[in-house]
Write a protein that binds this ligand. Sequence first.
Ligand SMILES: [Zn+2]
Length: 189
Amino acid sequence: MKAKSGDFVLPGDFLGVSEEFVPAEGAYDDDGDIKAMVVGMVSRDDKNKRIFVVPEAGSPPILKKNTTILGQIMEVRGQRALVKIHAIKDNPRKLVVSFVGGIHVSQAQKGYLAKLTDAFHIGDIIEARITKVVGLDNIDLKTSQKDLGVVKAMCTRCRHFMDQTDKNEVTCPNCDQKEKRKISMNYQV
Ligand SMILES: [Zn+2]
């Protein structure tokens, strides 16, 4: 059953199919199914074939293109680093739903990057910008700008947070391990 205007929905709820509607703000296309991205009220515009969700007052902010997020690297696998998105930068409201994003090797830094592990490791805290929202667990991110990238690097040997010691280098104060990262200008010493 497709959603009607005024329906109260939760993230992930089915709203309609992509043959009938284009997902507007607060909605996304999950392989042909249009689903809600936020908690709120459905608004259906049959004339223009658009469906969107008006977020409930006080509900968490919507993730969209160009939003800067704070997250943590969950996995670095081949061409893509997986990021658990914790919050929107400079927005104190919490994200109640768990969002997962990815950074493709071509979007990690300006210029050529031979391997993604020269930019990120599991546990790193990063700031990244959204380039595309495909679904709740499929958000494309980039860190190529100066103000984006790793803000706290985690030592792969002993799990301590590390100090920045060069443009692309961090050093562990606990075990002296040196590693490479794509470091943001906002790196927290
Ligand atoms: Zn260490």
